[in-house]
Design a protein around this ligand. Structure first.
Ligand code: WT7
Length: 656
């Protein structure tokens, strides 16, 4: 498949590489290739020297404790305050007047916040949270739109040594409640709503619904509400407080205290292969070290001149590491935009780049492909000449989108860093360094200095160049997941059981003849839709919770824009009368969105009478995926019932 805009299936050209320009290389933060060797020879010394760039209230002496694998401790006898490293440190260095955040609301309202102002606001918020009873070791849930208060809330929680659990604002009441319960959060910080696609998207009512579920009785005692959209909401006396009413009563004096390096910083839930999301736990100093180092190196950040913009929402790991902690630890000036790229029209992102003179732009392939579809005539109306580095994250970037990104957004010259990492890795693990690497469209290329990534066979042995295998990480790294919140055993089983001494990422990969790494997608039952991770099992269990559904199978089918799309196959209960097969598709799409969140809404729901199963009763998702992609279904002789796939496949082809 190929047309003038290109499709996700485009292939790299033989030998297509883009070396850094001599000018870029000369000025790059990292332009001496010996860094790889130095870091490989003594990774701990390398990470210790990076950690020393942070401000410690008590310096560390021990670098890594790996005496009880897979539970790593980095810099554990040291102490620091994460929030002070992102704020007070810069103000003390005389950078208080530097802009930290250029905020652009979707309706067009703007706010410019300097480091001095952000520091004051976070101190005020920390005082407010203290008087609401938040202290070190607590968990605070944050369910917010992309507004400055979301960042302020995260930094205020961190400042007190408590852990935040940010829940993406698109998640349903059920999903929010499950996360609140798992973390036993006592405070929720939310907003009345946010602006999305030109409309108010309410948030507080979802918090109310979440807390009322299961007969109420949650761990939550207080709800703090930021006023953003002014929509009518209910405030429950004794529980709910307005952020603006409270915060004005506190002053902006707050002395940050140092906390142990391994103090929990946040929990972030992500989908796994079972129905229950995993609470990925990240701790303080190692995390902050690796996010700041990678942010500086991979994006070649020059904090006094660059204007950086990462389009991710703080509800995802990219927002945590490359909107909040990495950029702020580095004293960067950044843009935060509340809304969607097509509001009021598809020129919105490019107008923001032009307006603020954005120099470093970091987004996802799905967004680039959506912009490609609309056409280059839109970005061509804007002055994008400030751009000097482009980044990509979330899924492999297909070469055609890569070339378009470089040509149309990067004036044919900006380096593109394709960054591979995960919620669990906390920070970028594989990426080009723009002053050193000759870029290859479609490949994430090289492990970062000090990172021990391998592509291995089933026995855990490294494959030869030119071969494919599974992606693993051998040595512990500073920003690695410490455990799954409340479930050490699941942490071991999910990531370490397969190889014992290597972290198994769940991705397939290939190493080319130059040693560059090409990611090939997940090898487990995890889908990647628009760069977001979704679990087939979670959506299947949401479907069977519907009264009319007897059985469900979900697959991630290739999709031109979103990478993969959710396609569901359901069998309706034979005796049920509430749903006709005709009404089922719409109803079940709505049901999944309500149960999990709009991101999980299936692209298609097919009512079938049988699902393809092996003789031992396992659903053959591979076959369903092929059928959903209109592919030849091939050999079905291992199926219990060989006719079922023919029927499904014929139906699918009729639809496509
Ligand atoms: C999964 C992690 C890291 C933030 C965004 C997603 C896929 C991520 C790339 C890339 C190929 C990628 C992997 C990974 N992925 N970045 N540059 N090239 N694949 O975080 O939700 O934790 O998902 O996203 O499959 O395992 P996440």
């Amino acid at each position: 498949m190929s047309d003038e805009h290109g499709t996700i299936e485009s292939h790299p050209l033989q030998g297509e590489t883009y070396p850094p320009s001599p000018e870029f290389r000369d000025r790059a933060n990292v332009n001496d290739p010996s860094v790889y060797l130095r870091a490989a020879e003594d990774p701990e010394a390398y990470w210790a020297s990076e950690a020393e760039k942070l401000q410690w209230t008590k310096p560390f002496e021990e670098i890594l404790d790996w005496s009880n694998p897979p539970f790593a401790k980095w810099f554990q006898d040291g102490e620091l305050n994460v929030s002070a490293n992102c704020l007070d440190r810069h103000v003390a260095a005389g950078l208080g007047d530097r802009v930290a955040i250029h905020f652009e609301g979707e309706p067009g309202d703007t706010r410019t916040i300097t480091y001095a102002e952000l520091t004051s606001e976070v101190k005020r918020a920390a005082n407010m949270l203290t008087s609401l009873g938040v202290s070190a070791g607590d968990r605070v849930a944050i369910y917010m739109p992309m507004i400055p208060e979301a960042v302020i809330a995260m930094l205020a929680v961190a400042r007190l040594g408590a852990a935040h659990s940010v829940v993406f604002g698109g998640f349903s009441a059920e999903s929010l409640r499950a996360r609140i319960d798992d973390a036993r959060a006592e405070l929720v910080i939310t907003a009345d709503g946010g602006y999305r696609k030109g409309r108010v998207s309410a948030l507080k009512p979802t918090v109310d619904d979440a807390l009322a579920l299961h007969g109420g009785g949650s761990s939550v005692e207080r709800v703090l509400v930021v006023k953003r959209t002014g929509n009518e909401i209910e405030m429950q006396a004794g529980r709910d407080l307005w952020w603006h009413d409270e915060i004005v009563t506190y002053d902006d004096q707050h002395q940050a205290q140092g906390f142990p390096a391994e103090n929990p910083l946040f929990i972030l839930y992500t989908s796994g292969t079972t129905g229950k999301p995993k609470g990925i736990l990240h701790t303080s100093a190692g995390y902050l070290t690796q996010v700041s180092t990678t942010h500086r190196n991979v994006f070649d950040l020059k904090p006094d001149t660059d204007v950086y913009w990462c389009t991710a929402d703080i509800g995802w790991i990219t927002g945590h590491s490359y909107v909040v902690y990495g950029p702020l630890a580095n004293g960067a000036t950044q843009v935060i935009y509340e809304g969607t790229p097509e509001t009021p029209d598809w020129g919105r992102w490019w107008s923001i780049i032009q307006k603020y003179g954005v120099t470093i732009f970091y987004t996802a392939p799905t967004a680039i492909r959506a912009c490609m579809k609309v056409g280059r005539q839109v970005p061509e109306q804007y002055d994008l000449s400030s751009i000097r580095v482009l980044g990509s994250v979330g899924e492999p970037i297909n070469p055609e989108a890569w070339r378009w990104y470089r040509e149309v957004i990067g004036a044919g010259s900006a380096p593109i860093v394709d960054t591979w990492w995960q919620t669990e890795t906390g920070a970028i693990m594989i990426s080009a360094l723009p002053g050193l690497t000759s870029l290859k469209p479609g490949s994430a290329q090289v492990p970062q200095p000090g990172i021990d990534v391998n592509v291995v066979d089933d026995a855990g042995n490294r494959v030869d160049r030119g071969q494919g295998g599974l992606l693993t990480i051998r040595r512990p790294w500073p920003s690695m997941v410490r455990t799954i919140w409340g479930d050490d055993q699941r942490f071991i089983d999910t990531y370490w059981a397969k190889f014992g001494d290597q972290y198994f990422a769940g991705d397939g990969a290939r190493v080319d003849d130059d040693g560059d790494i090409w990611l090939l997608g997940r090898v487990d039952d995890v889908m990647n839709v628009s760069g977001h991770r979704l679990s087939t099992a979670e959506i299947e269990s949401a479907l069977v919770e519907h009264h009319a559904v007897a059985e469900a199978a979900v697959v991630g089918a290739d999709d031109e824009t979103t990478g993969q799309a959710v396609v569901a196959f359901v069998i309706l209960k034979s005796q049920q009368t509430i749903l006709t097969p005709e009404a089922a598709e719409q109803e079940l799409k709505k049901h999944v969105a309500a149960q999990i969140g709009a991101i999980a809404r299936p692209r298609q729901v097919f009512v079938v009478t049988e699902l393809p199963k092996t003789r031992s009763g396992k659903i053959m998702r591979r076959l369903l995926k092929d059928a959903a992609e209109g592919k030849d279904i091939g050999d079905t002789t291992t199926l219990a019932d060989t006719s079922v796939m023919q029927t499904i496949s014929d139906r699918m082809r009729a639809e496509l």
